[in-house]
Design a protein around this ligand. Structure first.
Ligand code: BES
Ligand code: MN
Ligand code: ZN
Length: 494
């Protein structure tokens, strides 16, 4: 898809469609008013008709307007200008892009020059438009025989919004593409998207970007590093575990890297502590943390961000089997601490703890792990919030702010010492589960024991990473927007 900033006046743009915002009660935006004059009042006529309330989402399509170069004009409701915040703007943009896609209009121009979004710089709108356009254009078709490709959107133009609309468009598009990469990996079934498939994907990613290199550890290499805890998760599966390390070097070598660690359970049956059958298929999404790491590394590399970034993926398949880990088994982690595995379904923390210990060697500026870790996060927050916990309030505050900025919001839970004793074990240094209560917190407590040497935050994305409802079932690409906002904010500080 091409994104362009055009200096032409709206009426002169020979697009397949011009999107013209209309405020409530049919008041035309400035751009729309100028266009209205060129088309002899055709827009104000419709806007004033009373047919629509012009709420965000209301639309009217005008074919073959005379007086302008475009083939169509889409009047798009923007609601109350005093309530036009980032959420409303995002909804307005995605709705308009979807209409353009549905109507087979490859080149769309957005007449948005006077559209002020409460609390946002003008070029935010350009960035968000490109992000929404990418996200709306994604279709899952890999495993469908008949994928008659519907209409495509291939050219999107905007007027000169803000200081650097070109850069804003590039940033938004990179984030959208990063989300789509994460969505695609998430949506692929467990029999295709295996740990080795993720490793191969990472190798291809490293081939695509000169500043990215990759290292993949196999089971023998992990065994040497004494990652018995990670390996215990893969013990019941014929698919070998992989530890994937992507390095993106965008800054001087002596700059400490941000390290992202993704949970990459390519299918989570629960192991011997087998999950119930209903909706078990959704456990193919249990590698969405890993997918968000791959999407974020790709987006950061595409934008050539002046930072150092390491993306790690702890990939394994959690299966029952003759060699599978059993409840009560005790394993030794790479750190030397022992774990009594009371429930083989609490496997995410078992792969993450060894990956986190491995992360120490990178002398990180901070480590953020991203994991579909607990059903309790879904029970508490539904599908809306990322959950954040960690050992550094400044990092957590920063992630919360980045969540608000990117509309990929997070909410903090407490990591109080009081919860730690729920992990006590009579037979090992700790148990891998903390009982019925506060499951999201005790999972983070477990991880906190492997993150004492660095600044760390944990994102539990069990709720936010995918939609379960039949019609919209699929991976969301979250929290790529939040992570990218965080990385972009690091570059702005320089
Ligand atoms: N991958 C699941 C978490 C999950 C469950 C995400 C449902 C989304 C929806 C994780 O591996 C898991 O099974 N967690 C257990 C932990 C429990 C055994 C302590 C859970 O949350 O039930
Ligand atoms: Mn599990
Ligand atoms: Zn899991």
């Amino acid at each position: 898809m091409q994104y362009l900033v055009t200096p032409e006046s709206t009426a002169e743009i020979a697009a397949d469609c011009l999107v013209a915002p209309v405020w409530k009660e049919g008041r035309l935006s400035e751009d729309a008013s100028a266009l209205d004059k060129a088309v002899s009042g055709a827009l104000s006529h419709i806007a004033a008709s009373g047919d629509y309330l012009w709420n965000v989402g209301d639309k009217h399509l005008l074919h073959g307007p005379s007086g302008c170069a475009a083939a169509r004009i889409l009047l798009a409701g923007a609601g109350d200008p005093n309530e036009f915040g980032a959420m409303e703007a995002a909804k307005f943009l995605s709705g308009s892009v979807q209409s353009a896609l549905a109507g087979n209009m490859p080149h769309v121009h957005f007449a948005l020059s006077d559209l002020a979004v409460d609390g946002r710089a003008p070029d935010w709108l350009a960035a968000r438009l490109a992000q929404e356009a990418e996200v709306a254009s994604y279709r899952y078709e890999t495993t469908k025989a008949n994928t008659k490709r519907e209409a495509v959107l291939d050219r999107l133009t905007v007027p000169a919004l803000g200081e650097n609309p070109g850069q804003a468009l590039r940033r938004g598009a990179a984030i959208g593409k990063g989300m789509n990469r994460a969505r695609q990996l998430g949506n692929l079934p467990g029999n295709i998207c295996t740990p080795e498939f993720l490793a191969e994907h990472a190798r291809e990613l490293a081939d695509d970007f000169a500043a990215v290199s990759v290292e993949v550890l196999d089971e023998a290499q992990m065994k040497k590093l004494q990652m018995d805890c990670l390996l215990s998760v893969a013990a019941g599966s014929v698919e070998e575990a992989r530890l994937i390390v992507l390095r993106y070097g965008g800054a001087a070598d002596d700059r400490k890297p941000v390290v992202l660690v993704g949970k990459g359970i390519t299918f989570d049956t629960g192991g011997i502590s087998l999950k119930p059958g209903l909706t078990m298929d959704e456990m193919k999404f249990d590698m969405c943390g890993a997918a968000s790491v791959l999407g974020t590394v790709a987006a950061a590399a595409e934008l050539q961000l002046p930072i150092n970034l390491i993306g790690m993926v702890a990939a394994a398949e959690n299966m029952p089997g003759g060699k599978a880990t059993k409840p009560g088994d005790i394993v030794t982690t790479m750190s030397g601490k022992t774990v009594e595995i009371l429930n083989t379904d609490a496997e995410g923390r078992l792969v993450l703890c060894d990956a986190l210990t491995y992360a120490e060697r990178f002398d990180p500026a901070c480590v953020i792990d991203i994991a579909t870790l607990t059903g309790a996060a879904v029970a508490t927050f539904g599908h809306h919030a990322n959950v954040v916990l960690g050992n550094d309030q400044e990092l957590i505050d920063s992630l919360l702010q980045c969540g608000r900025n990117s509309l990929d919001r997070a909410w903090q839970l407490p990591l109080w010492d009081d919860y730690q004793k729920q992990l006590d074990s009579n037979f090992a240094d700790m148990a891998n589960i903390g009982g019925k209560r506060a499951g999201t917190i005790t999972a983070a407590c477990f991880l906190s024991r492997y993150t004492e040497k660095f600044t760390w935050a944990h994102l539990d994305i069990a709720g936010s990473a995918w939609h379960s409802e039949a019609a919209s079932k699929g991976a969301t690409g979250r929290p790529v927007p939040l992570l990218m906002e965080y990385l972009l904010h690091l570059t702005d500080k320089d």
